[in-house]
Design a protein around this ligand. Structure first.
Ligand code: AMP
Length: 115
């Protein structure tokens, strides 16, 4: 599988990387929707959340844990934040390697209004 995010993982595309370990990379979204907008991406190939198998459930747990840890380290965990995973067309997914959006840095308003 090859997406923009795979190219970032392979360092074939530049990104503002804020965290990386053996399983995850996190970098700033190129079109931020909030003062803080970081994408957490697993290195396991998974196009959409629909492809996640029960044996892989920890992949998503790792993304959420990494996002929460980043929020604490950056000092905005207590103020709060939002995590979002978009799936397919109605969810607004545009890059088909699963990823978790971390949005923070200001009150984010109501969530879930249809486009
Ligand atoms: P989604 O719409 O949930 O698939 O999210 C994809 C996100 O990737 C969008 O918020 C884009 O702004 C972001 N994005 C696309 N290309 C890049 C890139 N080269 N570097 C960082 N973020 C990107």
């Amino acid at each position: 599988m090859d997406t923009i995010f795979h190219k970032i993982i392979r360092r074939e595309l530049p990104a503002d990387i804020v965290y990386e370990d053996d399983d995850i990379i996190a970098f700033r979204d190129i079109a931020p929707q909030a003062p803080v907008h970081v994408l957490f991406v697993p290195k396991t190939d998974l196009a959409t959340l629909n492809d996640l198998q029960a044996s892989q459930a920890e992949v998503v747990g790792r993304l959420a844990f990494a996002a929460a840890r980043y929020a604490k380290e950056q000092g905005f965990a207590e103020d709060g934040y939002r995590i979002v995973m978009n799936c397919n067309d109605d969810g607004g997914q545009t890059v088909f390697q699963i990823h978790l959006h971390l949005l923070a840095g200001a009150p984010l308003g109501r969530f879930g209004t249809p486009a």
